[in-house]
Design a protein around this ligand. Structure first.
Ligand code: PEP
Ligand code: MG
Length: 318
């Protein structure tokens, strides 16, 4: 490795030729938000709100939620904060919204689907987000997890609007949503690719099973194709598409994602400096070439090796 390890993101994300790629942080609580600000994140691309809800038998009240959200928003005055509504179910069961004993919880009532039977929990959460946003200078965007269809996206956007939350979007974590992203983005203002779940569902491989790791990577050409399609859907509607799954933290994959059309990368804060350094060393045109190179491979290993071999900047990062 040449030079000391980078410890902080020193400048906003951009390619060598100045194309902006917003480098954002994934956080779950106020302490995480403070750490992300310290690390130089430009904003928050995924605020997972489950933390407030876990380990309880009833949903937290609106005032309690307002206090928690306001603390996170306060860490990024004037900056973008993308807050995700409750993503219960599957690996995060919650007694007040999820049913016990589903035979396939990952394919069950999870994410936005929990609001079908329990709309009050989502409405209270949106009310709390709106209140916290009103008393903060953060640019608050709201998104729903596990959206599969355009009507779900439309319904979510309408519910957000009813609370005065104009900047509503969807997570793209289900292959159906990636394939039809343009439909979902007619009213939704942005999309964020949850590549952890998108990979799980594209490859039919439980993301929790270590034995399936060779399948569970966004380097799988099938997953890259879904990312490409989702970005094309976003471009057709002139809506930004970001990535907030683990894939965004892979400095080799980051330029490929940008080349596929991704406008922002949200990741664990400690990954920000390396991802920022790689992007600063490549032009947008180079990112597009790397994306084409990755898409032309037949296997995940070949895609990763091909991109790695032609990215000189990686030598420096070690
Ligand atoms: C994802 O699925 O990629 C994602 C960001 O959401 P989570 O990891 O919380 O399911
Ligand atoms: Mg997910």
């Amino acid at each position: 490795r040449v030079g000391p390890r980078r410890t902080r993101l020193e400048q906003p994300g951009r390619t060598a030729d100045g194309h902006a790629v917003h480098l954002l942080a994934n956080v779950a609580d106020p302490a995480g938000a403070a750490a992300a600000a310290e690390m130089g994140a430009e904003g928050i691309g995924l605020f997972r709100t489950e933390f407030e809800f876990l380990g309880r038998t009833t949903a937290p009240g609106i005032p309690e939620q307002v206090a928690a959200y306001a603390q996170v928003f306060a860490a990024f005055p004037g900056r973008r904060v993308v807050i995700r509504t409750l993503d219960a179910g599957a690996d995060k069961p919650l007694p007040f919204v999820t049913a016990a004993g589903e035979p396939n919880p990952a394919l069950g009532v999870r994410g936005l689907r929990t609001s079908w039977a329990h709309p009050g929990v989502l409405d209270d959460q949106l009310a709390a987000i709106a209140q916290a946003a009103a008393s903060s200078s953060a640019d608050v965007w709201v998104m729903a997890p596990m959206v599969a269809t355009a009507d779900e996206a439309d319904d979510f956007v309408e519910r957000c609007a009813a609370h005065g939350l104009a900047h509503a979007g969807v997570m793209v974590e289900v292959p159906a949503a990636a394939l039809r992203a343009g439909d979902l983005l007619l009213h939704a203002r942005f999309a964020s690719l949850g590549t952890n779940d998108l990979t799980q569902y594209a490859m039919a491989a439980d993301r929790e099973l270590a034995g399936l790791a060779r399948l569970s990577t966004a380097w799988q050409p099938a997953v890259l194709s879904l990312v490409q399609l989702a970005c094309a859907g976003g471009a057709a509607r002139d809506r930004p598409v970001g990535v907030c799954g683990e894939a965004a933290a892979d400095p080799v994959l980051a330029p490929v994602l940008v080349g596929l059309g991704v406008a922002s990368l949200s990741m664990t804060p400690r990954a920000l400096p390396d991802v920022g350094a790689v992007l600063a060393a490549v032009t947008l045109e180079r990112c597009r070439e790397l994306a084409a190179l990755a898409l032309a491979q037949r296997t995940a290993d070949e895609a990763r090796s091909a991109v790695r071999a032609s990215l000189d900047v990686l030598e420096e990062l070690g």
